[in-house]
Design a protein around this ligand. Structure first.
Ligand code: AP5
Length: 332
């Protein structure tokens, strides 16, 4: 159905590479410790085999252990080139496959109106948990930019602030969550947006015995959203979100009229130009909010009986919001 699968995959915010990067720093110290405590012990395949599930359980082992040979060249010089290294890698793969097959996936929905902070906090959750954030908005924008069939269908309705048809977005998500980087879980941003989409999601997850594990609702009154939306600038390829007042890029310069100079708006990390979304206008926001209250909010009632909905006060400074998001993620 979708000829644009690879474009869509590329568009979803920071996919497998991010998961790798996000767990690698946490994992390297653990992995280093294991090696430094005794390469002879580490060479003991049985020891590692027993340790791996524990490391995996904390979400750090897959990359960390596979990096041992590169990050700890000195300690593992003999090990890397030995047969046991291959056995270790096989054991890692075996354990990884086992967890992918039998462990429940962490499936969460980042929920909230336009401008609530889904795109602001989603990447931080992604970094924390090492699972990808899947933004249907980003995927659709990539499809529009690439002028795929899906993109052509979605373009006008998105610009006006309406909702793209359920079958298109359900199809996108169905394909995307089958990708390898989603096997331990994923964060949905902007999906589901209607009850029909929520039911379709539940059905596709039920087919593998899975279900949504958490819904994090970012609550913000409508009145504050216009300022957030109209002041937003984004870095197209990464999805990084800036704001002229609340989160300005380091490069921002202000003109005599008090407004930011467009040419000075650059991404902090890459130095590439930032852009404003065509639907980030006051008039499109009215329609987006209507859609949110009428079509999307009822989804909360759909998931509430499962006890998985956590509400966060997103009408406070970003650090405060992030603190509450962290609380809502924890098992307590
Ligand atoms: P989508 O891309 O999903 O847009 P959205 O839901 O409207 O959400 P936004 O991305 O606008 O808001 P956000 O919560 O990510 O805000 P951010 O963190 O950037 O969807 C776009 C369109 O695609 C839809 O309208 C629809 O047409 C279509 N679509 C997508 N999914 C669909 C689906 N499932 N079904 C049908 N159609 C679909 O924050 C905003 C700004 O505020 C930023 O500048 C940020 O710096 C700032 N900010 C954030 N937090 C704070 C804070 N605490 N204090 C001050 N400023 C803050």
């Amino acid at each position: 159905m979708f000829t644009s699968t690879s474009a869509l995959r590329l568009a979803s915010r920071r996919i497998a590479t991010t998961s790798t990067r996000s767990v690698s720093s946490a994992s390297s110290s653990t992995a280093t410790k294991v090696v430094k405590e005794g390469s002879s012990r580490y060479a003991n395949e049985e020891y590692l085999r027993k340790a791996l599930p524990l490391l995996l359980a904390s979400g750090v082992a897959i990359v960390g252990a596979s990096q041992l040979s590169s990050n700890n060249e000195t300690s593992t010089t003999t090990l890397c080139r030995s047969k046991s290294s291959n056995k270790v890698e096989a054991a890692i793969q075996q354990t990884k496959d086992k967890f992918a097959k039998y462990w429940p996936r962490n499936i969460m929905i980042l929920f909230g109106p336009p401008g609530a902070g889904k795109g602001t906090h989603g990447p931080k959750i992604e970094d924390l948990l090492g699972i990808p954030q899947l933004s249907t908005g980003d995927m659709l924008r990539a499809a529009v930019a690439a002028q795929t069939e899906v993109g052509k269908k979605a373009q006008a309705v998105m610009k006006a602030g309406g909702l793209v048809s359920d079958d298109i977005v359900v199809g996108i998500i169905r394909d995307r969550i089958k990708e390898d980087d989603c096997k331990f879980g994923f964060i949905l941003d902007g999906f589901p947006r209607t009850l029909v989409q929520a039911q379709a999601l539940d059905k596709m997850l039920a087919e593998e015995g899975a279900s949504v594990t958490k819904v994090i609702e970012l609550q913000v009154p409508d009145e504050v959203l216009e300022e957030r939306i109209c002041g937003r600038w984004i870095h197209k390829s990464s999805g990084r979100s800036y704001h002229v007042k609340f989160a300005p890029p380091k490069s921002m310069q202000v003109g005599d009229d008090g407004k930011p100079i467009a040419e000075s708006m650059k991404d902090d990390e890459t130095g590439e130009p930032l852009m404003q979304r065509p639907d980030d206008t006051a008039s499109a926001l009215v329609k987006r909010l209507q859609g949110y209250h009428n079509e999307t909010v009822p989804i909360l009632n759909h998931y509430s009986p499962n006890g998985i909905v956590k509400t966060v006060n997103a009408n406070q400074k970003m650090d405060g919001v992030w603190g509450e998001v962290l609380d809502s993620l924890s098992r307590k």
